[in-house]
Design a protein around this ligand. Structure first.
Ligand code: NOJ
Ligand code: MG
Length: 535
């Protein structure tokens, strides 16, 4: 990719790496930076454009790196700063952009800022975190809950105050109303941007500002038994406060001190709230992550509705994006089933907007069952037994049929899928019709068909299990037909036009087939059509 291209984040495909699980170079069972460098040629073969790394900074690992104790270092588990500099250079040499995870909402309780803040009420850093007196009865200051179970308030005996933590007690929230906190994190951003990173994915960006009066949150009337306990109350006062947007604009300005950088926001909110994160006059994040596909019912009509709602909610000029998997949600192949995983992939790579892939989804990795004594995720440890555990989507990348799947010379930190000897990069690269080769073919097709990248999205009416749309630009038109069902389906010629040609099928066996009239889709088949060219 042209490094000077201002539109790179619009045109490109993003790929999320969970560094603990991608490649282990030093044989300690945990992935590391040299392990990633060694696998860059794979990413080039796959054809992605940008890589986002989950946190690699020094951390006690209470939440596997989302609890940072030094924002401008590299955790020895992952390597050294020299390794990081080599990774930036190697990625750029390979034409790949590199995105880091910025975790500004909270630090580790081991961060020197928190140690200072905790040392006394008078410490200059006290106000960098969120401290409140106990309620009159001595209890917690309000009813806010931690996403990882229990109250969001932890008591500090020494100073007789509570501090707020939206996640673990080992992850105290920073006070983003404090200007010094803002400046400190902006300097962290500058540190990495100056090293050449191409942007940030900002952790829980909608959490940064809390209600100034710390009012109680209202109960959630739709709470369902079996859901995590923090869902019993809504987060009306603890997240998504209007003042957050001014903060994000400041962050955006920091990225704009450098050329062609991108700000991606992690935002779990309904679509109509999500789009506020583009900011007034698009002064916010360029890509507030759109997670709608992570929780939808997998049916043609639900997905069609989501696309329509999202397209409609987007502010003018805002660029869309789509996500099918990440390190917090069950694997897509398990959510939709292995037969639909290729259809989901074709959807992701043909919708209007930047796609973000999650490592391993391109080889169809499924949720790996985690035995009770293998659980590492603090969420599952605190709230056991209802299926919130995130370990199953964070297991080592399956590279080959060799011991430990070619991921490591040692036993990996999380178990491997039992069938890795069958489903791995080496075996799937050799199998012409594999999901991996489908991903490669779709990515290559996107590159050759600009209408799939910047063309308009035009829904076409369809029924039952079929989702149908067109992508159109000055360069041409492409039709995407996806069968979400396990029965064959027929699409009439009036819906797709009379003379088409199959550019790609998820079953990889009908490229070049002329479609004169109706299109027959097999069970679980997706196809991309283009106008038939007479030769
Ligand atoms: C969102 C991250 O994606 C998740 O993994 C983490 O546990 C929380 N933020 C807390 O940082
Ligand atoms: Mg290692």
């Amino acid at each position: 990719m042209d490094q000077g291209d201002r539109d790179w984040w619009r045109n490109g495909i993003f790929y999320q790496i969970y560094p603990r699980s991608f490649g282990d170079s030093d044989g300690d069972g945990v992935g590391d930076l040299r392990g990633i460098i060694a696998r860059l040629p794979y990413l080039t073969r796959l054809g992605v454009d940008a890589v986002w790394l989950s946190p690699i900074f020094p951390s006690p690992m209470a939440d596997f790196g989302y609890d940072i104790s030094d924002y401008t270092g590299i955790d020895p588990l992952f390597g050294t700063m020299e390794d990081f500099d080599d990774l930036v250079a190697a990625a750029h040499d390979a034409g790949l952009k590199l995105i880091l995870d910025l975790v500004p909402n909270h630090t580790s309780d081991q961060h020197p800022w928190f140690t200072e803040a905790k040392s006394s009420r008078e410490n200059p850093k006290r106000d960098w975190y969120i401290w409140r007196d106990p309620a009159p009865d001595g209890g917690v200051p309000n009813n806010w809950l931690s996403e990882f179970g229990g109250s969001a308030w932890a008591y500090d005996e020494a100073s007789s105050q509570y501090y707020y933590h939206a996640f673990l007690a080992q992850q105290p929230d920073l006070n983003w109303r404090n200007r010094d906190v803002r400046q400190a994190i902006y300097d962290v951003m500058r540190f990495w941007l100056a090293k050449g990173v191409d942007g940030f994915r900002v952790d829980v960006i909608w959490h940064l500002i809390k209600d100034a009066d710390f009012r109680d949150n209202p109960p959630n009337p739709h709470y369902r038994e079996g859901r995590p306990p923090h869902e019993k109350i809504l987060t009306q006062y603890s997240t998504d406060q209007p003042e957050v947007h001014a903060v994000i604009t400041e962050m955006r300005h920091v990225t704009e001190e450098f050329d062609n950088r991108v700000l991606i926001g992690e935002v779990y909110l309904p679509l109509h709230r999500l789009v506020a994160y583009y900011g007034n006059d698009l002064s916010g994040a360029q890509m507030p992550f759109n997670f709608a596909l992570l929780s939808t019912l997998w049916s043609a009509r639900s997905v069609e509705t989501i696309i329509a709602d999202y397209e409609k909610a987007l502010p003018s000029g805002a660029w869309p994006n789509w996500v099918l998997g990440n390190h917090d949600r069950p694997r897509v192949a398990s959510r939709v089933g292995p037969a639909q995983a290729p259809v989901a992939a074709m959807l992701l790579l043909t919708l209007r907007g930047t796609p973000t892939l999650y490592y391993g989804d391109e080889i169809g990795m499924r949720q790996v069952p985690i035995a009770p004594d293998q659980v590492r995720d603090p969420f599952e440890r605190n709230v056991p037994g209802i299926g919130v555990g995130r370990d199953g989507c964070r297991t080592p990348m399956q590279w080959s049929a060799e011991p430990n799947a070619g991921f490591s010379s040692a036993r990996p930190w999380l178990p491997l899928a039992h069938d890795f000897a069958r489903d791995n990069v080496a075996s799937l690269e050799a199998d012409g019709a594999s999901i991996l080769n489908l991903y490669k073919a779709m990515i290559a097709l996107r590159r050759g068909l600009p209408q799939l990248v910047h063309g308009s999205y035009e829904p076409v009416a369809a029924q039952g299990d079929v989702l149908l749309y067109r992508r159109r630009s000055a360069e041409g038109v492409a039709v995407v037909a996806l069968n979400f069902g396990a029965q064959p389906a027929t699409i009439t010629s009036s819906a797709i036009g009379f003379s088409n040609e199959v550019l790609l099928s998820t079953l990889m066996d009908r490229q070049g087939e002329k479609i004169e009239g109706a299109l027959d889709l097999r069970a679980n088949e997706g196809v991309i059509l283009g106008p038939h060219q007479e030769d």
